[in-house]
Design a protein around this ligand. Structure first.
Ligand code: ADP
Length: 476
């Protein structure tokens, strides 16, 4: 069994995904919100710092006379403490102080500086280079609508902040790995538990032949119960089929052996009598032997017809056939038998019917019915064969006023080797295969056959077959 195709693997992956995916999302959201929280609190801190410095710059008149060593030193020490840089410009954005000493006296034309000149604080975080820049207008805090004297830009290295974020990320990653491992173990256990009833079901099917059990049960899930029930049902069907096969084989050997046994007894008797036996006795015994040989031949022929019916389900030789003509031909062939039995044979045709049938098999089916109606009849009786159709089906009825079939026998007449009433079946020759052959042939044509009978009064066989043969139609 390929594990990659197993249901357990699918369950495992599903459970793992269902557990790990939310943990992954939560970890990611927590780390990014922690980082943005750290950055915004840093921006607030820098803005406070810039506000304080701006106040000092205004009160000291630093921008007007560019003097004040104390301010210069303070700007440098603050910038150093943030591992960054401070730039101060006047209202024309000319740099008055750059703690890096690179921009002094130059015009500082940067988008954020221009925005700050309009009175707004801005911030810019460069994650790739690990620094944060804020720009803010320099204005006197005491006055409202006060004019903007310049701007201050302050940068801060965010390396220490990022190492904090990295630390938190590492903890998050470790937690994630722990969750993945736990979920992998859990999903392995749960998926194994989920599919266990299926393994049990398959091993109880495998063990069936080894134990005394004849059926399986599985109540773990309603699905497994359904599978077990279907399997038991299928098994039951197979058993019935096997029984009927065995019965068929034993019937066949019995039917083939009986005439041979009679022939042997007759031949032995003649041998034992030797030359003393009268010629009449010879003739009588030889006549009996011929009857037994005929019986054996008939049984073998009927068996062959039946086997052919079974085998040729797929290769019917379907042709468009005039059914009226076909019936007339069958009746003509059976006329001598009817005359011998003193039975009147009548055919009634309600309309001309053509249908798609296998002529040989269909003839055999109808011939068996008419032959039986003649055989199981009384001298002076009649057999009535009628044919009719509608737009879809052809109907054939074979009716007689003969011996009829007992209620007990009527359910069995289509079974192989079944011969009705033992008293008359001994006198009337037959193999018990005729109606089985008829039924097979009618089913091959996707038709139906029904029988009704009253013992002592007569029997009616009704056959219905579709006018057009449809290959894929379910016959039984
Ligand atoms: P067979 O005629 O060789 O015995 P069939 O399969 O043709 O075998 O018929 C099975 C049994 O059904 C017959 O033995 C007979 O008892 C009964 N049967 C069939 N057709 C008729 C009929 N028309 N009238 C009375 N009994 C019938």
């Amino acid at each position: 069994m390929k594990f990659s195709k197993s249901l357990q693997l699918r369950f495992m992956l599903f459970l793992l995904g269902a557990g790990v995916l939310p943990a992954l999302i939560i970890t990611f959201v927590l780390i990014t919100s922690y980082e943005s929280q750290m950055i915004s609190s840093e921006i607030r801190r820098l803005n406070v710092q810039v506000g304080l410095l701006s106040g000092e710059i205004i009160t000291s008149g630093y921008l007007e006379n560019g003097e004040a060593e104390g301010i210069n030193a303070e700007l440098t020490s603050v910038a150093d403490s943030y591992a960054g840089r401070i730039m101060v410009t006047d209202e024309e954005l000319r740099v008055v102080k750059d703690t890096y000493g690179m921009y002094d006296g130059r015009i500082f034309l940067w988008e954020n500086a221009v925005i700050a000149m309009q009175g707004e604080n801005t911030s810019y975080y460069d994650r790739d280079n690990s620094f944060l820049i804020i720009t803010a207008p320099i204005l006197s805090q005491s006055e409202e609508n006060t004019p903007i004297h310049g701007i201050m830009m302050m940068t801060e290295s965010t390396e220490s902040l990022e190492s904090g974020v990295e630390y938190v990320s590492n903890i998050g990653l470790i937690c994630l790995i722990v969750v993945v491992l736990l979920m992998a173990a859990l999903s392995g256990l749960v998926s194994g538990w989920l599919v266990r009833p299926l393994h049990e079901l398959s091993s109880s099917i495998n063990d069936l032949g080894k134990t005394n059990e004849s059926s399986i049960t599985s109540n773990a899930y309603s699905e497994t119960r359904e599978i077990a029930e279907s399997f038991n049902h299928y098994q039951q069907m197979m058993r019935v089929l096997d029984d009927s096969r065995q019965e068929f084989v034993s019937n066949v050997s019995h039917e083939l052996k009986t005439p041979l046994a009679s022939i042997k007894v007759l031949a032995d008797s003649i041998n034992m009598m030797g030359d003393d036996a009268p010629i009449e006795m010879y003739r009588e015994f030889m006549g009996d032997i011929t009857t037994e040989v005929d019986r054996e031949t008939k049984t073998i022929n009927d068996l062959l017809s039946l086997v052919r019916m079974d085998k040729s389900k797929a290769d019917l030789n379907i042709t468009i056939t005039n059914i009226n003509e076909l019936l007339e031909l069958i009746l003509k062939r059976l006329e001598p038998l009817a005359a011998k039995q003193e039975v009147e044979l009548v055919m009634e045709s309600f309309r001309p019917v053509t249908a798609e049938v296998d002529e040989v098999k269909f003839s055999l089916a109808i011939m068996n019915l008419i032959e039986n109606a003649i055989k199981y009849n009384n001298a002076g009786g009649w057999v009535h064969v009628s044919i009719n159709s509608d737009h879809q089906y052809c109907f054939i009825r074979v009716e007689d006023n003969g011996m009829g079939i007992s209620e007990e026998a009527i359910g069995h007449v289509f079974e192989r080797f079944y011969r009705g009433d033992k008293s008359h079946s001994r006198e009337i020759s037959g193999t018990g295969l005729g109606l089985a052959i008829t039924r097979e042939a009618i089913l091959l044509h996707h038709g139906e056959i029904r029988v009704s009978s009253v013992q002592g009064e007569g029997t009616v066989f009704d056959v219905r077959i579709p006018l057009s043969y449809i290959e894929e139609r379910e016959g039984r």
